[in-house]
Design a protein around this ligand. Structure first.
Ligand SMILES: [Zn+2]
Length: 229
């Protein structure tokens, strides 16, 4: 899954207003942010196979450290500890730590919908799961778009505009996400090699997070506003 991963990021931002939307964008893609470098370092393995599924061009051969359920929960636990006890921030709290951890772990469950049975439960030798929606390209796109719109709608209802950028910024980001999701599924050719795949993926993830950061400057959570007399 690609843009659908941002649905839980928006939803968690709506539910826990003190959490950073930009950091949630990183959290929900965190295991992928590790995965592509791990592939290029030889720690995990992905083979580029054009049209391996109707929606993807790669065979995910070996990735228990980023996409095992157990590993994902452990990374989520690390995020909890970091955002509860380590990072210096005045907005640090139990709720924020939970949101960041849940955002990270949500990645595995979103991937579960689309991947073929290649997601390990605990190790590479353990049973592997995946419902295989990637075998249906239009259904994959529709699912990602619907999830994203649901998360986005919740976020918009839970926040309000404080500057003109706050009015258009969220829609600029939403439009970019939808465009990236469309290009990824319908337009872009298979990546030449794992290095260019990593570059495209990481640039996208960090660019979206940066725009999310900018978007946040223009909106305020309704729950954080002082009560009106
Ligand atoms: Zn993934």
């Amino acid at each position: 899954m690609f843009i659908g991963h941002y649905a839980p990021a928006y939803a968690l931002k709506g539910a826990v207003p003190k959490t950073s939307l930009a950091l949630l964008f990183i959290a929900t893609q965190f295991v992928d942010i590790l995965f592509f470098p791990f592939v290029n370092m030889g720690i995990e393995r992905l083979k580029i196979v054009p049209h391996y599924t109707a929606s993807t061009h790669f065979d995910l051969e070996y990735y228990p450290f980023t996409h095992g359920l157990l590993a994902t929960i452990l990374w989520g636990g690390l995020f909890y500890l970091l955002f509860r006890y380590v990072f210096p921030s005045k907005s640090r709290s139990k709720a924020v730590a939970w949101a960041m951890a849940l955002g990270l772990v949500s990645h595995w469950f979103a991937d579960l919908i689309v991947h073929t049975p290649d997601l390990p439960l605990w190790s590479d030798a353990s049973p592997k799961v995946g419902f295989g929606l990637w075998n249906y390209k239009n259904a994959t796109f529709a699912t990602e778009v619907i999830l994203l719109l649901l998360g986005f709608g919740f976020y918009m209802r839970k926040t309000r505009v404080v500057s003109s950028w706050g009015k258009i910024g969220p829609y600029v980001l939403l439009g970019l996400l939808l465009l990236a999701g469309y290009l990824n599924l319908y337009v872009l050719p298979p990546a030449e090699d794992t290095m260019s795949l990593m570059t495209l993926a990481l640039v996208s993830y960090f660019l979206f997070a940066a725009i999310a950061w900018a978007t946040e400057r223009g909106r305020v959570a309704l729950a954080l506003e002082p009560a009106r007399a």
